[in-house]
Structure formats: structure tokens, C-alpha cells
Design a protein around this ligand. Structure first.
Ligand SMILES: [Zn+2]
Length: 164
């Protein structure tokens, strides 16, 4: 059994997601990051979406507190960690904090990128109107989500997207 973090849901080939276990809270996160991918993933019957009981969350918070990683974990991170610990499952994640908590509990993790060849993502700005793309400038607005620039060509908002 494998618990898949949101990076795996975003980047793994669909056939590798089969029989993965995910937290319900990841649906909203995935929807926010990539509505298209979200539609695709939610059309799969093979992923088990689990609610996370309070007792499991408490176990995860304690484990993450003991390694010191807890303050930087999001609610979704804690949900995913709780599933992996409670179900005694491998956690698929590239988040070094989550990897660190799992390792501190002698639990297995697997990285989302190919083993031995850690993947580096490159990002660009893409216009939501005309789809024009530009490299990310060093003075770009910073925000956890949403538009970070205006398109020079058509004036529409530009979002950060993975470069193709
Ligand atoms: Zn544009």
C-alpha cells in the first residue's frame, strides 16, 4: 500500500496512481494547483480517498513534533503523513520534511521523481488569455497562488506553470 502526496498526483503517470491512498483534503489542494489534473485524477476509480480520524492526526503531529518538522507542515501534509503512519504504508513524496519525519519513525518513503535522477522542475509564466509564455523575472510578484504578472501582449493575468 502506498500513500501518494499531491506531487505524485500531479506528476506521476496515471497508471502508476492505481491503488494509491490519498487524503480527502488533497482533492482541494489538487484542484487549486491544477484544475485539469484534478478532473483527470478524480475520474480514476483506483485511488482510495480517505478521511483522516483525529487519533491518526494526533499520532502524526507527535511524530512530526519529535523530528522538529511539524511547524512547517501544512494541514494536507499532516493528513498525508497520518495516513502513511496509521496504515503502515510507504509514503510517496518529494517533501524533505515529510521524508524526514518518516525516516525518523523508520518508515519507508519513495520519491516522486525517478530514483537516482532527482528531477528538477523548471517554471515559466503563462498567460491565461493568449497562452503566451515568458521566463520568470527576478522581480516577479510572489504569492502562494494566483496571478503574478500581467501579459505584455494582451494584458491578461499570468500564472506560474511548469515549463514544457
Ligand atoms: Zn496574453
Amino acid at each position: 500500500m502506498r500513500v501518494l502526496d499531491t506531487a505524485a498526483l500531479l506528476h506521476w503517470p496515471v497508471n502508476q496512481l492505481a491503488d494509491g491512498v490519498c487524503a480527502l483534503s488533497q482533492q482541494a489542494e489538487l484542484e487549486r494547483v491544477s484544475p485539469q489534473r484534478s478532473l483527470l485524477v478524480q475520474s480514476l476509480d483506483s485511488i482510495q480517498w480517505r478521511d483522516v480520524p483525529p487519533a491518526w492526526l494526533q499520532t502524526a503531529r507527535e511524530a512530526a513534533a519529535s523530528s522538529g518538522d511539524l511547524p512547517r507542515l501544512s494541514d494536507v501534509d499532516v493528513d498525508v503523513l497520518a495516513l502513511a503512519l496509521a496504515l503502515d504504508a510507504m509514503l510517496v513524496t518529494d517533501d524533505y520534511r515529510l521524508q524526514n519525519v518518516m525516516q525518523s519513525q523508520q518508515r519507508p518513503t519513495k520519491s516522486v521523481g525517478t530514483v537516482g535522477a532527482k528531477q528538477v522542475w523548471r517554471w515559466e509564466l503563462r498567460c491565461i488569455g493568449c497562452r503566451a509564455t515568458t521566463p520568470v523575472p527576478s522581480n516577479v510578484d510572489r504569492s502562494k497562488k494566483g496571478a503574478v504578472a500581467e501579459c505584455d501582449i494582451c494584458g491578461s493575468p499570468m500564472n506560474v506553470k511548469r515549463a514544457r
